[in-house]
Design a binder for this molecule. Structure first.
Ligand SMILES: [Zn+2]
Length: 313
């Protein structure tokens, strides 16, 4: 794994003015990649990682139009360590640097776990064949979901979830929006509660990818993996359970954990941070911003860095 990158992300997290977990319309966010970038700039972030679900298309678009880590280091003739020192001393960059990222659904100990992966440049393209297979699985799943809705006498058109340029990875959120628009439910939440949520009437389980498989693909692309929001999997019930999960993961490979997240309570963040300290893990911070598609997940700003919040308490 790209340990230098993991260490860099960890340093950035300590310094603040970053957001390492953000979604765009390329997956299930409501802001286009460019709109996400503009907001990150308004929020005066030094670095922005766009981490859409199962696609790198949004972040590749941003990398073509803005400066990403590799390009910046090449222009300035520096490495990640020097860059981290520069960010530390200058406090703010003129414009957020793009950190290519992605969020993958994987299976670990029979649980559905989200795995974030970060890269320093276009190596993220090495994930393409893996992602293509994922997309095919998702396409099959969408087809089954639409069939189930049609069997429930909801006349959702069969092409509703066909991928488009602006939305290459449509899924349950798009289906939920269709159900709201056509008056079958009042809200996206209701669509999940009645039809699309786990084990509901039109739910179709996903084809599962083993975490080992995803980690190997990330390693081959010289990326660094981070377990997204570990508190969401029930691992924060005790320090013991959390340590047990993390140590099992560390037997597979070196990875980091997302300690600071919009959903995590202060207690959970403290527990996660202690776990990172005890196990010598790199840790990250991400808002999990989805624009209007998820409330209470505002993108971080330069002034409300989560690590600083924690440090003050
Ligand atoms: Zn996410």
């Amino acid at each position: 794994m790209n340990i230098a990158l993991g260490s860099f992300l960890n340093n950035l997290t300590k310094q603040g003015s970053i957001d390492l977990h953000v979604h765009s319309t390329a997956s299930d966010g409501s802001f286009s990649p460019e709109e996400v970038f503009i907001l990150a700039k308004e929020n005066q972030l030094n670095c922005l990682a766009l981490t859409d679900h199962d696609t790198n298309e949004g972040v590749l678009e941003l990398m073509d139009n803005h400066v990403s880590l590799d390009q910046y280091m090449q222009d300035q003739q520096m490495n990640l360590w020097k860059l981290s020192k520069q960010i530390e001393s200058q406090n703010l960059l003129k414009s957020p640097l793009i950190i290519p990222g992605i969020e993958l659904n994987v299976e670990f100990e029979k649980q559905n776990v989200h795995l974030l992966a970060y890269f320093s440049g276009y190596q993220i393209k090495n994930l393409n064949s893996f992602l293509k297979l994922q997309r095919k699985n998702r396409f099959e799943r969408n087809k089954k979901m639409i069939n189930k809705l049609q069997e429930l006498n909801i006349p959702i058109p069969s092409n509703t979830l066909d991928p488009t340029f602006s939305e290459p990875v449509p899924g349950r959120v798009k289906t939920a929006k269709w159900l709201v628009k056509n008056d079958y439910v009042n809200s996206i939440q209701e669509a999940f509660d009645f039809y699309l949520g786990d084990n509901k009437a039109a739910y179709v389980p996903r084809e599962k990818v083993k975490i080992e498989e995803a980690l190997q693909v990330i390693d081959e692309a010289n990326g660094f993996p981070v377990i997204a929001h570990p508190h969401q999997y029930g691992w924060c019930q005790s320090q013991e359970l959390l340590n047990q999960k993390i140590q099992h993961l560390l037997k597979i490979t070196q990875l980091g954990i997302e300690v600071f997240h919009s959903d995590a309570s202060l207690e959970q963040q403290i527990l996660l941070w202690q776990c990172a300290e005890e196990n010598n893990l790199f840790f990250t911070a991400g808002s999990d911003f989805h624009g209007a598609n998820k409330e209470g997940h505002d993108m971080y700003t330069a002034s409300d860095s989560p690590f600083n919040h924690y440090g003050k308490k």
